[in-house]
Design a binder for this molecule. Structure first.
Ligand code: 4AD
Ligand code: MG
Length: 452
């Protein structure tokens, strides 16, 4: 680029603060068009996309030749004057750069991802490049805001972040989805949840959360399941099921409202209809599992359709867990996320407190997101009595020894306590309106793919 200047390096996101000034932008060429004396560069820098206009009369001959030779995805340094232009395309849009100098730092080879439609398989194989595309970029930015919102809400509400181990000696969420590893000759498993350790931590710290990757060897291929996913798990001493639902609705509403406030350009790239999201404010409707079963079976008898599915609502036997069409049907009956509580004890994990006087249901709660996004949180009141817990471990045919410490928690100052886990990827899918969780994490781990 001709003539060194002191034009400050700025980001595309901040262009509005520099109207009329000469600035330097560093990024990549997202697309290029032009004719005659003009080259239009769509420049992206990680914070946004803007149009940079290279006019023959405003740059040196040498720089104009550089601009003409730029290929899709070449890396660039551009110097130019920021203009407010309401119709300028871009993300966030509304500003354009009149280029005064341009330099390439890496000319790109012919780029495999073209503006045309590519199949998902091809795109997943090129995930390392696909991430640069604007929809993928937008989803990852929303994810980061969701993660920030999660931490901010918990940190500001008295929850202590205490992280839990990833290598664990025992199952917590069923034995069928364990990833086994060799721990110096002893079998161990990647954590399915941090919950059991969280329960120990509340006796030291009151309210805690762990937040990290969790692992489940899910044998089925669905649009909602990953093998490795991120879960935040708050756990609270002196908290029962009803209090837990109040915490969850505050927490989830805050996350969604933060995304609406901070991610407008990203949600626009994703063409997200935000009307459902705007309604996400406390309180959320609550229905008992019995009521949900009655609603499902009434719909099945009428032959009602499930939104987004070709078939009518399938009937359900009392005692069975919901399938995706059931969750979608139930959620579609409400304008906000809906809590379904008191699931049958037989379909839930061993540690859940049975309902007094009605032990065939437990004090559990799932939160179902609207628009077919399914379960985004799962939680419960925990069993707080040692002898009941021992009986439950036996009933589930789990070995007692690895849970001795967990039973101890009920021996030394037991309290009513509850907690839940929120799946980050499902939350991102819902907020972004993506129909598959593979686009909600940079490098998804799925049943049949773990590359790149
Ligand atoms: O309902 P889950 O299995 O609950 C637990 O693990 C509890 N120990 C949490 C707790 O109470 N501390 O999982 C919680 C959430 C689900 O609602 C879902 O959002 C997400 O984790 N989830 C998955 N997300 C992506 N892929 C998978 N395979 C998932 N399994 C669960
Ligand atoms: Mg669950």
């Amino acid at each position: 680029m001709s003539a060194e200047t002191d034009a400050p390096i700025v980001t595309i996101r901040a262009l509005g603060d520099h109207v009329g000034q000469e600035v330097t932008l560093q990024g990549w060429c997202y697309a290029k068009t032009g004719k005659g004396k003009l080259v239009f560069l769509q420049l992206r820098d990680g914070t946004g996309i803007c149009q940079a206009v290279v006019f023959r009369g405003n740059v040196s001959d040498e720089d104009f030749e550089v601009a003409k030779a730029i290929t899709q995805e070449s890396s660039l340094i551009v110097r130019g004057v920021v203009k407010a232009e309401p119709r300028a395309p871009g993300v966030p849009g509304g500003y354009e750069v009149d280029v005064r100098g341009v330099e390439t730092t890496g000319i790109s080879d012919p780029y495999p991802i073209q503006p045309k439609e590519h199949g998902v398989e091809f795109l997943m194989q090129h995930r390392h490049l696909w991430l640069r595309s604007n929809r993928q970029w937008a989803a990852m930015r929303v994810r980061a805001v969701i993660v920030r919102a999660i931490r901010d809400w918990l940190d500001d509400h008295g929850y202590l972040n205490v992280d839990t181990p990833i290598i664990t000696p025992a199952a917590a969420e069923g034995t069928t989805t364990l990833f086994e590893i060799d721990y110096h000759g002893e079998p161990a498993y990647l954590a399915q949840t941090g919950q059991l350790y969280n329960e120990a931590n509340i006796f030291a710290f009151g309210k805690v959360y762990c937040f990290g990757p969790t692992f489940r060897a899910e044998k089925s291929k669905t649009r909602r399941h990953l093998q490795e996913f991120w879960m935040v798990e708050p756990e609270i001493a002196f908290c029962d099921l009803e209090q837990l639902m109040e915490v969850e609705e505050q927490f989830v509403s805050y996350i969604v409202q933060r995304c609406l406030a901070e991610c407008a350009p990203e949600l626009e790239v994703l063409e997200r209809d935000t009307s459902f999201l705007q309604r996400v404010t406390p309180p959320f409707p609550r229905i008992h599992y019995d009521e949900a079963v009655a609603m499902i079976n009434a719909a099945a008898a009428r032959g009602d359709l499930v939104p987004g599915y070709p078939d009518p609502v399938p009937a359900i036997e009392w005692g069975d867990d919901f399938g995706s069409p059931h969750e979608t049907y139930i959620a579609a009956q409400f304008e906000k996320p809906v809590f379904v509580h008191h699931y049958p004890t037989q379909v839930k994990a061993f540690y859940m407190e049975p309902e007094p006087g009605r032990p065939e249901v437990c004090r559990s709660v799932d939160l179902l997101a609207p628009e077919g996004y399914g379960e985004i949180t799962g939680g419960s009141e925990r069993m707080s009595d040692a002898s009941k817990l021992i009986a439950a471990i036996e009933h589930h045919k789990l070995p007692m020894a690895p849970y001795e410490w967990y039973i101890d928690l009920r021996r030394y100052g037991s309290v009513v306590h509850s907690g839940f886990g929120l799946g980050v990827e499902r939350t991102v899918a819902w907020v972004c309106g993506l129909d598959h969780v593979r686009e909600t994490i940079a490098f998804p781990r799925m049943l049949t793919t773990m590359r790149p």
